[in-house]
Design a protein around this ligand. Structure first.
Ligand code: GDP
Length: 177
């Protein structure tokens, strides 16, 4: 059957959050480079990538939003979070402060999204073995307590980046289908 470019069965909106410098932009570009994605800029100044793929014969279109540095000024607006089906919370395994701040990001997130929004916590930069300063088990425990999926990645060498997106897409699909 013929389908137009604009046709899809589900549209997923995902947002990336976390402190400046943890690797959000690099994780997203690592993922989108290997997939069929388009980059856009929204009217509210944030950037997003749109990707299309299949899950169980359904055409999924995913819009993944990046803060474009606005988190630096704590200036993320409610428009950023509005209608998000999933959120990717990122910290840097070499920077404990970025892990501690995840609680604040979660609080802000939960003020803006409803309770069935799917959340994943990513500990990024695991290629920096010697500089690791956040314990995996501690992060795992925190994620479990808060009801988040948890995975560790390296945007630099690609470790687990695709897997992280696969996990969150599959979970969103389970929730919405
Ligand atoms: P953002 O502010 O959260 O979007 O972070 P960026 O994606 O801009 O990354 C901040 C800095 O960390 C940049 O210098 C990246 O090259 C670096 N970076 C991002 N991800 C990784 C990673 O997985 N490993 C290493 N070693 N550096 C990374």
């Amino acid at each position: 059957t013929m389908r137009g470019d604009e046709e899809y069965d589900y549209l997923f909106k995902l947002v990336m959050i976390g402190d400046t410098g943890v690797g959000k932009t690099n994780i997203l570009s690592r993922f989108t480079k290997d997939e069929f994605c388009l980059e856009s800029k929204s009217t509210i100044g944030v950037e997003f990538s749109t990707c299309a793929f299949h899950i169980e014969e359904q055409i999924i279109k995913a819009q993944i939003w990046d803060t474009a540095g606005q988190e630096r000024y704590r200036a993320i607006t409610s428009a950023y979070y509005r209608g998000a089906h999933g959120a990717i919370l990122v910290y840097d395994v070499t920077r404990p402060a970025s892990f501690a701040n995840i609680s604040r990001w979660l609080k802000e997130l939960r003020e803006h999204v409803d309770s069935n929004t799917v959340l994943i916590l990513i500990g990024n930069k695991i290629d920096l073995h010697n500089l690791r300063n956040v314990d995996s088990e501690e992060a795992q425990r925190f994620a479990k307590k808060e009801g988040l999926a948890y995975i560790e990645t390296s945007a630099l060498d690609s470790t687990n980046v695709e897997k992280a997106f696969d996990i969150i897409f599959a979970e969103i699909y389970r929730v919405v289908s």
